[in-house]
Design a protein around this ligand. Sequence first.
Ligand code: CDP
Ligand code: CDP
Length: 205
Amino acid sequence: MQFTVAIDGPAAAGKGTISRALAAHFGFAHLDTGLLYRAVGRRTLDGVPAVIAASTLRISDLSRTDLRTQEVAQAASEVAANPQVRAALVAFQKDFARREGGAVLDGRDIGTVICPEAEAKLFVTASAEIRAHRRWLELTQAGHDADEAQVLADVKARDARDAGRADAPMKQAPDAILLDTSDMSIDAALETALAHVRDRKERHA
Ligand code: CDP
Ligand code: CDP
């Protein structure tokens, strides 16, 4: 059985939290596609040219422990605007999306470019202030020294770059459900996402 759930949206909207829960619930595989761009961005900070980093990326690069910093997020968003970088990462994502047994992918262009045929699509968002607060809490709890105003500025800069680029910009697919989690608990957001995917699965069966 092939069944793809595409989850897109801006930074710290809750894509990963929702994707992991959906994957666990339905027994689907999960790919956080942001990690691909973060791993490429991380290597550019080490001096490797972006296109080389993307075309030689290995699965083991995705488990590096230093991919969650704000510095790497910005570097990821810069390399992500390069069409050659994106092209080098497409085949892996498309194969993952159509694997047997079902898959959840989260990112910016899953429902629009990587898997326009996805059986279920969600565009998850929240206000920039709320997303920055969530990301700041995460960073602080992980022991990083983060300034909330700086995190907000970084999130806004990244959103603008991701939505404004010419190649595969972040945008809601016409057939995606919009899930604004600004005033929603994680449980409420999960329940809405679960209900949507369950509905699509029943129609698909
Ligand atoms: O994957 P993405 O960057 O979109 O977001 P995430 O890593 O799933 O969520 C970012 C942070 O927001 C996490 O610490 C979540 O626990 C939190 N969150 C929340 O407080 N309320 C939600 N409705 C969703 C996520
Ligand atoms: O976790 P968060 O939402 O903050 O970011 P991420 O999903 O890890 O993505 C990091 C960066 O990678 C984004 O700001 C985008 O520039 C880029 N990205 C992309 O262009 N396309 C994707 N499918 C996923 C991420």
